[in-house]
Write a protein that binds this ligand. Structure first.
Ligand code: DOR
Ligand code: ZN
Ligand code: ZN
Length: 435
């Protein structure tokens, strides 16, 4: 057992253990394929077989209880840019979205590339409402040149490795990273966009970039890097996780790579099944994100990939930025959007209420499968597992509006009417969010 599990455990033990009866909830647990209305008992931070005598009763009639969301891709800006978000405010936003485990990308200031910085994220996470885990950088300073010390970083508690935000441009460096990841029994999570093709362009290369008269980020920039990394994964036998898949051909490349035995997993983010590039002229910098919003054909393929399991996970890529930065306008603002407080509702609105996916399959993508990819023991409500639970009204209609629990408010979904709303979040048996 490595130190990261030990740190996460001791963090779990420090937390307050509540005893709760969740009365009459529709309990969906993909681990057993179950979807039944029943009581759920929580005692000493775990799912229990019977109620503890001093339990608080929460009336959950009409509500759905699922394993808390495991979001394997967030940016909490801590250390260095805590005016945008810190680990505590990021965890508050997570709790409000039903997210009970969040894995932070290392593109902070400084970059998380030493054991001490890994420990910093773990320590701060222990004081937050949810479980916060760190990725460590693939290369020193995320400069794409020198590999970090994977063994030491994993031993300090790094969940896995990523240079997200800065694609690893050198195939030689990526190959060495994958070989090292395999030796250390971990994986590399990649932001796939060839930097020479996307430069600092703000939108997809297509109808909208043409209409605006600006250069765009072509789909092929994402696809060739995914193809390269899938081939490197196949050749090295290493595990690769592709972040935020956004195009139809990316889905197809990953589908084929899996079919020939590459150890590849991938995620998409809610914006890639909810929005297209046509949101950009109206929303400007709020709709600026890397990779960019794409076309209706891409959205349809992303949904099909989620349905057939080619896309393993939904992760938010929660990327807070200050209002003043987003006010710089489409061409100059930084890329990214917050997502923790809307991700489950967007999945319910665009995947469940449209009939595209069952609740059980959605829970697989938001919780059970990312937990498996990360090697965690979350993503199930079986007796004895950690009481990490998201409880939501599947039909409640609401309009996204500030204030948010996040310190930032850069989301293109302000004003959108969504269906499905988180009512309570329980993490390690403790009620951490109550709408
Ligand atoms: O839009 C993005 N924002 N994409 C990334 O890869 C990085 C992220 C950020 O850190 O803001
Ligand atoms: Zn990224
Ligand atoms: Zn990211």
């Amino acid at each position: 057992m490595n130190i990261h599990l030990q740190s996460a455990r001791s963090c779990d033990i420090m937390d307050n253990m509540g005893n709760i009866i969740l009365h009459g909830a529709r309990v969906v647990d993909p681990a057993f394929g179950t979807d039944t209305v029943r009581d759920l008992y929580i005692a000493d931070g775990k799912i229990a077989a019977s109620p503890a005598p001093d339990s608080r009763v929460i009336d959950a009639h009409g509500l759905v209880a699922i394993p808390g969301l495991v979001d394997m891709h967030v940016h909490f800006r801590d250390p260095g840019q805590t005016h945008k978000e810190d680990i505590i405010s990021g965890a508050d936003a997570a709790a409000a979205g039903g997210v009970t485990t969040a894995v932070c990308m290392p593109n902070t200031k400084p970059v998380i590339d030493t054991p001490e910085l890994v420990q910093y994220v773990l320590d701060r996470g222990c004081n937050s409402k949810i479980r916060v885990l760190p990725y460590a950088a693939v290369t020193v300073g995320q400069l794409g040149e020198t590999l970090t010390d994977f063994a030491a970083l994993k031993n300090a508690g790094a969940t896995a490795f990523s240079d997200d935000g800065n694609p690893v441009m050198s195939a030689a460096v990526m190959r060495r990273a994958l070989i090292t990841a395999r030796e250390c029994d971990t994986f590399v999570a990649t932001h796939c966009e060839d930097a020479s093709l996307v430069r600092n362009f703000a939108v997809n290369d297509g109808a909208v970039s043409k209409a605006l008269g600006i250069q765009g980020r072509p789909a092929i920039a994402e696809e060739i890097m995914i193809a390269r990394d899938c081939m490197l994964a196949l050749d090295t036998g290493a595990r690769l996780h592709v972040c935020h898949v956004s195009t139809a051909r990316s889905v197809e490349i990953i589908r084929r790579a899996k079919s020939v035995g590459a150890r590849v997993t991938c995620e998409t983010a809610p914006q890639y099944f909810s929005l297209t590039e046509s949101a950009v002229p109206q929303l400007g910098s709020l709709a600026r994100v890397n990779p960019p919003l794409r076309t209706p054909t891409d959205v349809a393929a992303i949904i099909e990939g989620l349905r057939d399991g080619t896309i393993d996970a939904i992760a938010t890529d929660h990327a807070p930025h200050a209002d003043a930065e987003k006010a710089l306008g489409l061409l100059d603002a930084p890329s990214g959007m917050i997502g923790l407080e809307t991700s489950l509702a967007l999945a319910l609105t665009h995947l469940y209420h449209t009939g595209a996916m069952s609740l059980t399959d959605i829970v697989r993508r938001v919780s059970a499968t990312p937990s498996d990819i990360l090697g965690l023991d979350r993503g199930t409500l079986s007796v004895g597992s950690a009481a990490d639970i998201a409880i939501f009204d599947p039909d409640a209609a609401w309009i996204v509006a500030p204030p948010f629990h996040s310190r930032a408010s850069n989301t293109p979904f302000i004003g959108a009417e969504l269906r499905g709303r988180v009512r309570y979040t329980i993490c390690r048996g403790e009620l951490v969010y109550d709408l």
